[in-house]
Write a new protein. Sequence first.
Length: 161
Amino acid sequence: MKKILFIRHAKSAEMPGFTDGLRPLTPQGEKDANLLSKNFLIHDFSPQAVFSSNAKRALDTCKIFMENLGWPQDLLTVTETLYDFYGDELSGFIYGLDDELDHIVLFGHNYAFTAMVNKLGDKYIDNVPTCGLVMIRFDQCHWNHIGNGHTELTLFPKQLR
């Protein structure tokens, strides 16, 4: 059985002079990341690997979650592949994961995350908002065979404010 926890980066700032990949989180983004991660504690999810986009906003969101959830830093791999907005890179990344991994976390971006959770899960989600979290379980044993997953959890900042 495989599980993916998709976490879209928290709200980030549009700042003149900053390239897209260097955009920081807003104070609200930091607040949401702390709120969501602390509320996620009750789900007792222990990942075997955490993967984050190399964009500052995704990586900063990831670091807040990892700290609040007590996930060791050695689980983290930062990859440019997850700096994907359309889903092609994301799809290839997921299907190419090592089958030794059963429970993973991905920190990344929209439109790719909304498209992927709708492709893989059994619950339609109109939009994964900033700092939105979606967990999908698969009965398959190989990442390159996953499909028809069960959307086990959606947790969005608006639900907790």
